[in-house]
Design a protein around this ligand. Sequence first.
Ligand code: PLP
Length: 385
Amino acid sequence: MKSKIWLSSPHLGGSELKYIKEALDANWVAPLGPNVDGFEQDLEIFLNEKIKVAALSAGTAALHLALIECNVSAGDEVICQSMTFSASANPIVYLGAVPVFIDSEKDTWNMCPAALKEAIEDRISKGKKPKAIIVVNLYGMPAKMDEILTVADNYGIPLIEDAAESLGSRYKGKSCGTFGRFGILSFNGNKIITTSGGGALVCHSQEDKDKAVFLSTQARDKAPHYQHSQIGYNYRMSNISAGIGRGQMEVLEERVEGRRNVHRFYDELCRNLDGVTLFSEPSSDFYSNHWLSVITIDETKSSITPEDLRLEFLKDDIESRPIWKPMHLQPIFKDAPYYGRKVAEELFGNSLCLPSGSNLSDDEKERIAKVMIDVFSDKKEYSVL
Ligand SMILES: *Cc1c(COP(=O)(O)O)cnc(C)c1O
């Protein structure tokens, strides 16, 4: 029987169990312990040795703490890329702040620097300077960091880089996650590496990291009894999860190479399909981990919609998925301000995420290719069916 092909499934390396066993043998089952320290160190070495990383329970938790460390509080405005997963924007609302959404640009599908500038100026003219900017590297593709940082720096607004999908990606040779005042990573089950569930805050000073660790462990003041002068959170990563993370760090480079190979496979395939374009790096400044491979279908050249293709895949038990629905179109954010020219809307309407796991087998690739070739090679016959 054919097995299901997943969009993006966990891909273990082999050493995860060794680190978990060490933790169990030494009774380091509670949060904290040698795996947490080891995992943080592995990430620091991978990203850049000057970086400080705090391992947390989720990428969403890391964003929440990043906003707190940027002094965001109730009533403030925070700028956020519209085309992203809701977890990029939700922590703004946790704090009682208001998201202001920014459109994508066509090269990287990430935050448009021109729309960002327009939004900041308009918010300032309305009497409210945004407190922070959340930029995302969608599907592993780095945003136009030079331009975004120039705008952010011009107005003195801290940048938070949501690198949940882009661990292992680089922009002009520099690791994604290290560009802003803070970066955030996710190790959820579907990401490029996983800890079964987890995240990290990427900091540029020991002080910022210490504050994140303090807040993530219930904000206990230094005293023998439990004393608190700030609201705390239970956001620290467990030593067991971090053990999985240490095993995964041993194969991270291989996983990036694996996902990039999947992207190469789709590149070859799509060249022969009319109206199909694979989302790819706009220039050699961008190095994507290609967490997910995504196609756009040109309506003027093809009668196939992304939904037609998704349903055809489903018949063969192959999972594919529409791209993130922009946040400014979401019912929960319908009243939030939005700046842009509907680039994200258009991309949402004509794109589809394809199975992209680094563990995709040759047989599975063949099944995927067969569906796509069938669907796109005989459009007339298909539309009659
Ligand atoms: C996965 C993801 C997150 C959230 O990470 P969790 O670890 O699942 O909390 C945030 N932003 C983006 C863009 C993501 O893809």
